[in-house]
Design a protein around this ligand. Structure first.
Ligand SMILES: Nc1ncnc2c1ncn2[C@@H]1O[C@H](COP(=O)(O)OP(=O)(O)OP(=O)(O)O)[C@@H](O)[C@H]1O
Length: 671
């Protein structure tokens, strides 16, 4: 006997009965629901995890420094009971009705070890209240049988409920309902082109009430050898499946729904030292690899669905890494309405494990499955009828859509033909017309330009003008604008050029400026030099004037003396005394000898003074030339500097030549 959907052929004599409706007809994406259950502190004396919930956001907040986990479907606090959780699954998630509607459903418990996973699913061993002990399985089973009975009486259906229970332990799968003393592991079977795996030889226990289930599960507990007080963590994963078949003799259909409950072992890895009492190191390795495989598959499935939302093959997801993940395929990625029930510790010492559980649960929340009902026709005719009906509905939908589109098209046409109908339509139509006209004009313009390029003859231009009217004007205006643009560009270029020249000139002016400045500095220096010379000359002139005055006085005294002597000589001659004539020893008339050894001779204007035999001791005062109104002083190069005349002085100019005088002056006195 097979476990899973593909064994349906074994249930019915006709192989045709195994065919199901095409998946695309009814398949829809269904996100996995995630429900979190917080369990009360195990260690009263130890600190509590700083964790609080916000029900309106379905979020869990650890504390301000850590990441928050939100968008879960429902969070149950530490005071919640199994009854609360059942009500949510039955009323909010509609699990039992989904099974009756021929859907596969799965509830998978997930979370750290010893956080109440088994207690929530099966039975809470330690709860005081008897009712509170009851787990989800018996509660859901009760509801299921009640509804099946109702359907039977109201709709004349016949039903069969079967129970499968098996355990996955270190990659081996064991049938937990098998009566054999010796446990035999089951083999997984995979059909081509099918996502899910099936189990060969699994016991199907037909049950007729919840009591049957409870009785069977009690035996399973014994076989599992789980201690009644549950002090140690489990190392196996338990699968409990209720297979519900409803046959309707009126419409000759078979509806198959499944409820799969998976009680996974703790999601936290086993420790070689701490857990050596419950498993050998080899076993711990295997158990840990199973736990890791589940977490890895969840992560990869999420990545795959994010990257390829429409690819259901999911070849990149490593389901094959473990028997456990192979058995979980249908629940997490196939045709199943699935809910993850994450049980979470509130003890501070479990903080890391709680965070890991919440993290994985957040990832699971983003995964979706593809669901469709498992409705099987009993006969080929019925199956064909169903398909026909389905196709008919599809066709009707297509026809409806075609009609709708046609109506839309007609309305649009009418509006287009009669623009007065509605303002908005009118505007649209006008816009359309305008766009079309613009488009047409542009095409024509392009054509015209092409022809102008290809056939530039006048005759051709005339023909084009005649044909295209406004188009030519547009073209002309374009050409005109283009030429204006060209002109502007040319003027800009010219301005740029002028600008460049001006810049160059400015540069050069800068050079000239500096040259002028240098020259100016030179001239200022020369002027200063000349001013100094003038100052010196004026000083010298003043000295010379006082010397002249002095000579005049001497001259007067000497003239007086000469007169006196001449008078005495004439008196001597007259008196007959022998007296020697020494007239050659007197100075020549008109010449003056200064006390300083210089000779100053009055000269006629503009007449050069002849070289004097008197040597000049002062180099500043050389050969002198006097002229009326000015005094000229020469050094090695002759220069004449004007000076104001002193009253009474009849000198016109004085030329000073450096170096010794060679011969006496020729003097022409004007006095
Ligand atoms: N809601 C609860 N309130 C108080 N105690 C609880 C609650 N749920 C479970 N427990 C107790 O916690 C212990 C572990 O419970 P349980 O076996 O259900 O955990 P588990 O998660 O299934 O463990 P495992 O990792 O072995 O699968 C049991 O002693 C159980 O009675």
């Amino acid at each position: 006997m097979y476990w899973g959907y593909s064994n349906k052929s074994a249930l019915f004599s006709s192989s045709e009965a195994s065919h199901k409706l095409e998946e695309d007809v009814t398949a829809e994406k269904k996100p996995i629901s995630v429900i979190v259950r917080m369990i009360p502190q195990k260690h009263d004396n130890k600190s509590r995890l700083p964790m609080f919930c916000r029900p309106e956001e379905s979020g869990i907040y650890l504390d301000s420094n850590k990441q928050d986990y939100s968008s879960f479907d429902r969070i149950f606090g530490t005071n919640s009971t199994n009854e609360d959780i059942y009500q949510y699954f039955n009323n909010d998630l509609n699990f039992i009705q989904n099974i009756l509607d021929a859907y596969d459903t799965s509830i998978i418990t997930y979370g750290q070890a010893l956080t109440g996973k088994s207690s929530t699913l099966l039975r809470n061993q330690t709860a005081q209240n008897e009712d509170a002990n009851i787990g989800l399985l018996p509660r859901l089973s009760n509801e299921l049988f009640e509804k099946l009975e109702k359907e039977r009486t109201e709709k004349n259906t016949k039903y069969v409920v079967k129970l499968n229970v098996f355990e996955v332990s270190m990659e081996k799968i064991y049938d937990m309902l098998a009566m054999d003393e010796k446990k035999k592991s089951l083999k997984l079977h995979h059909e081509n082109n099918k996502l899910e795996y099936t189990l060969k030889g699994l016991t199907n226990e037909v049950i007729s009430s919840t009591d049957d289930i409870i009785s069977q599960m009690r035996d399973v507990s014994k076989r599992r050898q789980v201690d009644s007080k549950k002090q140690t963590r489990s190392t196996t994963h338990l699968f409990v499946k209720l297979n519900v078949e409803q046959r309707n003799v009126v419409d000759e259909t078979l509806k198959i729904g499944n409820l799969l409950l998976v009680d996974l072992c703790g999601s936290n890895l086993l420790d070689k030292e701490k857990d050596k009492k419950i498993a050998s190191s080899d076993e711990i390795k295997k158990i840990n690899s199973e736990i890791k495989a589940v977490n890895h598959v969840i992560k990869m499935l999420h990545e795959h669905q994010t990257k390829h939302p429409n690819d259901n093959t999911a070849h990149s997801v490593p389901y094959r890494d473990s028997s456990l993940t192979k058995l979980l395929i249908n629940s997490i990625a196939g045709n199943s309405i699935t809910a993850f029930l994450t049980c979470c510790s509130t003890d501070k010492i479990d903080e890391m494990d709680s965070i890991n559980s919440l993290k994985t649960s957040s990832t699971i929340k983003k995964i979706h499955t593809q669901v469709y009902p498992n409705i099987v026709g009993l006969h080929q005719k019925k199956k064909m009828c169903l398909l026909y009906e389905n196709m008919k509905t599809k066709e009707e939908n297509y026809l409806k859509r075609i009609k709708q589109l046609e109506e839309e098209r007609n309305t649009f046409r009418e509006t287009y033909d009669n623009p007065a109908e509605g303002q908005s339509n009118k505007t649209t139509s006008q816009k359309l017309q305008k766009s079309e006209a613009e488009n047409k004009a542009l095409i024509e313009q392009l054509e015209l330009l092409k022809s102008l390029l290809n056939k530039p003859s006048d005759g051709s231009k005339m023909n084009q003008k005649a044909l295209m009217g406004n188009t030519i004007d547009i073209t002309n205006s374009l050409i005109e604008k283009s030429s204006k643009v060209a002109e502007l560009q040319a003027s800009i270029e010219e301005m740029n050029h002028t600008n460049y020249i001006l810049k160059e000139k400015l540069k050069r002016m800068g050079g000239i400026d500096s040259n002028l400045e240098q020259m100016n500095n030179k001239l200022v220096a020369q002027i200063k030099e000349h001013e100094k010379l003038i100052h010196d000359l004026l000083t010298a002139n003043a000295a010379m004037e006082s010397e002249l005055d002095h000579f005049k006085e001497i001259n007067k005294v000497r003239n007086d003396k000469v007169k006196i002597l001449e008078d005495r000589v004439s008196k001597v001659n007259i008196n007959g005394a022998s007296y020697d004539n020494t007239a050659s020893m007197t100075p020549r008339q008109g010449s003056i000898s200064s006390s300083s050894g210089h000779t100053i001779v009055p000269i006629e204007e503009e007449k050069e003074i002849a070289p004097s035999s008197w040597g000049l001791k002062n180099t500043t005062w050389g050969t002198r030339q006097a002229s009326v109104g000015s005094i000229g002083i020469t050094t090695s190069e002759e220069t004449f500097v004007p000076r104001p005349l002193k009253k009474g002085l009849k000198l016109n100019s004085v030329r000073v030549v450096s170096g010794p005088a060679t011969s006496p002056h020729t003097v022409h006195s004007k006095m």
